[in-house]
Design a protein around this ligand. Structure first.
Ligand SMILES: Cc1cc2nc3c(=O)[nH]c(=O)nc-3n(C[C@H](O)[C@H](O)[C@H](O)COP(=O)(O)OP(=O)(O)OC[C@H]3O[C@@H](n4cnc5c(N)ncnc54)[C@H](O)[C@@H]3O)c2cc1C
Length: 466
């Protein structure tokens, strides 16, 4: 049986980036990809990344004449539910690329660094040693089943989490499949405005209450109008009607519609086990604000490259104990901030359109300071908090805000603090993991998920049980 240092499952952005980084250091890497080369990641066309992130993580920036180049633009703002009071962070350059072609570029870079890629090869199962530790995996191609040995298997297979979900129940890595409540179903409408004098870029921005946005499509007279929601595409399409109703746009023609899924779930408590790591969408590393996940996955990826390359240079099995620093460092670098933000978002999403409009207008909660710095540690002064409390008190007195909504927002803020505190005490070794997990489970049971903020009336209309 062929022996590799690393077996990577999935040749999309996370898998090919990790394979390239490890192969560049001289490790032997095999990537298996379920799809045939021409079919990899065809679900939707355009994907974008912050230019600074691309540079930070060593992602190639295509030339404007390259096949995968899309366009460039500046990051935009967040609008109120009626399209007013834009909150703008510091605009930064963003690069849009054609996803399939860009992944082919990443695949080429991995191969140039020395990695092997087999397309049309679906992960089948792990191979275990006599101590029930992972030592390789089997995969299926059109020619039948094959087996390889590897010192570590990296699951980069996205939402299906083909390898992670085959881990035994005794694993410290959770092995469940995501349900439709843990997924963001995204619908993208590529539109072209009929009046060529319309300036689509002036309407670009995100609307939290609908989880909908307008973004460049590469067509100067057009835009991608996108929306994401739990439960299913039909739920997203239903909310999209409200979005179009409340934020009037000039007449447009829909040129094409694309659909795709991204995880919306707290980070895995542990991404590593004996001879195993979950990465990218398979470890739910997407941004809680918008569901984007390519560069946020690389935050964990960089830590993994550092720890795993150090271990592979030495002899011996890669145990969960010596891989554990990946968990600890990731929680500090990003995991804690992302997961602490979730309950806060669930709270603010509970404001209805009119309530949110009031808060936007008064720069309270939906404020430039908070929305401009999403995902960063919040640095609110006593003055900021006093101002917010005054706006909230006035809102309740004038019936612009319901006490129930304020209660939900406060609850979210308190839960956010609890998550931060718990994640600050993330166990330094697997020995203390089960006790920590018990506390984390209890807290997340109390917090729930984004799908709990879905409108019961729409769920009922569409026949979903909540
Ligand atoms: C509509 C939409 C728009 C988005 N836009 C952005 C954006 O602009 N910017 C951004 O950063 N993020 C965006 N995201 C999120 C982003 O697409 C994901 O976070 C990212 O693709 C995750 O990459 P990944 O490599 O971890 O997983 P994936 O891209 O899901 O790749 C997994 C790979 O594993 C393969 N695979 C699956 N099962 C097996 C198996 N059994 N054996 C072998 N291989 C297997 C799949 O074929 C696939 O190639 C968007 C998501 C959606 C749905």
């Amino acid at each position: 049986m062929k022996q590799y240092d690393i077996l990577v499952v999935g040749a999309s952005t996370t898998g090919s980036w990790f394979a390239q980084k490890m192969a560049k250091q001289g490790f032997s890497v095999l990537v298996i990809e379920k799809e045939e080369q021409n079919d990899v990641n065809r679900a939707y066309d355009i994907i974008h990344f912050g230019k600074e992130d691309m540079e930070k993580f060593g992602m190639e920036i295509p030339a404007v004449t390259d096949k995968d180049w899309g366009f460039t633009f500046a990051s935009s703002c967040i609008f109120s539910p009626y399209g007013n009071h834009p909150k703008i962070g510091t605009p930064s350059p963003v690069i849009g690329v054609h996803k399939h072609d860009y992944i082919m570029r990443m695949n080429d870079a991995a191969r140039a660094a020395g990695a092997d890629i087999i397309y049309g090869a679906a992960f089948d199962d792990f191979i275990f040693d006599d101590n029930k530790r992972i030592i390789g995996a089997s995969f299926v191609t059109k020619d039948g089943k094959q087996e390889v040995l590897a010192r570590i298997v990296a699951d980069c297979s996205g939402i299906p989490s083909a390898a992670r979900t085959k881990l035994p129940d005794s694993s410290v890595v959770e092995n469940y499949k995501l349900t439709n409540k843990d997924i963001f179903f995204v619908v993208l409408y590529y539109v072209e405005y009929e009046d060529k004098n319309v300036k689509p870029r002036s309407m670009d921005g995100f609307c939290m209450q609908y989880k909908a946005w307008s973004a460049p499509s590469g067509n100067e007279h057009g835009a991608i109008l996108g929306i994401g929601a739990g439960y299913g595409y039909d739920y997203a399409e239903e909310v999209f009607k409200d979005y179009l109703q409340n934020i009037k746009r000039p007449a447009f023609r829909v040129e094409k519609v694309e659909k795709g899924m991204t995880p919306y779930h707290r980070t895995l408590y542990s991404c590593v086990d004996d001879g195993f790591i979950a990465m990218g969408d398979a470890a739910f590393l997407t941004k809680p604000t918008c569901g984007e996940g390519v560069t946020s996955s690389m935050v964990q990826g960089e830590i993994a490259v550092d720890v795993i390359s150090g271990l592979l240079k030495k002899d011996g099995y890669l145990t969960k104990e010596n891989l554990w620093p990946i968990n600890c460092r990731y929680m500090k670098a990003q995991g804690k901030d992302f997961d602490a933000l979730r309950p806060m978002l669930f709270g603010v999403i509970s404001a209805d359109y009119d309530e949110a409009e009031y808060l936007f207008a008064n720069d309270c909660i939906f404020s430039t300071k908070i929305l401009g710095g999403m995902g960063e540690e919040l640095d609110l002064t006593a003055g900021d908090i006093a101002k917010m409390l005054a706006v909230i008190t006035r809102g309740i007195a004038t019936k612009k805000l319901r006490t129930e909504t304020v209660g939900k927002i406060v609850k979210g803020l308190l839960q956010s603090g609890k998550v931060g505190k718990l994640y600050d005490n993330y166990p330094t070794s697997p020995a203390d993991f089960q006790a920590w997990k018990k506390q984390a489970d209890a807290l997340w049971d109390e917090i729930g998920g984004m799908a709990d903020t879905c409108d019961p009336a729409i769920l009922k209309k569409l026949g979903y049980e909540n």
